[in-house]
Design a protein around this ligand. Structure first.
Ligand SMILES: [Zn+2]
Ligand SMILES: [Zn+2]
Length: 195
């Protein structure tokens, strides 16, 4: 296990196929996206699964720093660029390695229902380890589809006024508000009132 992967496992808590995906994407970016040492990368990620933890740990793109942008598209797509780069070059990386997971399909349904027998569980773990190893060791072109795309339009950090929720009296950003039962409320209270 190389140093980047070891650190990502520590950050994420375990080694899994998803983390291996993020590791391979991050490694590709480190090797192919030219930038100076102190230049900060921005990652637009299209899923919120294990793979994103590797992106955060290895590439240093995090929510707190504002250089991790999440689009809920349910795809293993990562668009990486640097704000300081004047070459208009962003890498869009699609992980196409779902080809590996077919071997587990038969057991997956049972796994999620918690119905695997001891032997099936052993087989499941073996297949899973095999998939992780294949993701870690496959040549780039077998698992990654990389294209150069125009830099995504940067999303402006907008500041919205704050409102007080008329139900819980906590403060929230106006744009996140809802109305329910004649009151202006936060999303959390909205869900409690109408669901
Ligand atoms: Zn995981
Ligand atoms: Zn509230």
């Amino acid at each position: 296990m190389d140093e980047d992967l070891r650190k990502a496992v520590e950050f994420h808590g375990h080694l899994c196929p998803g983390l291996a995906i993020g590791y391979r994407v991050s490694k590709y970016v480190k090797e192919h996206y030219p930038r100076s040492e102190d230049e900060e990368l921005v990652a637009v990620v299209e899923n919120s699964s294990c793979s994103v933890d590797a992106i955060q740990d290895i590439l240093g793109c995090t929510f707190g720093k504002g250089n991790l942008i999440y689009k809920n598209r349910g795809k293993q797509v990562f668009t990486i660029y640097s704000r300081g780069n004047d070459k208009d070059r962003a890498l869009r990386i699609y992980f196409k390695g779902d080809l590996f997971s077919g071997s587990m399909d038969a057991l997956k349904g049972k796994y999620f229902k918690g119905e695997l027998s001891v032997d099936e569980k052993k087989e499941f773990d073996r297949l899973r380890d095999e998939i992780i190893q294949r993701i870690i060791n496959a040549p780039d072109e077998e698992i990654l589809s990389v294209t150069e795309v125009d830099l995504p339009v940067p999303e402006k950090a907008r500041i919205y006024p704050s409102l007080i929720c008329q139900e819980c009296e906590e403060c929230f950003m106006e744009i996140c508000g809802r109305t329910a039962k004649g009151k202006i409320v936060c999303q959390e209270c909205f869900e409690k009132l109408v669901c």
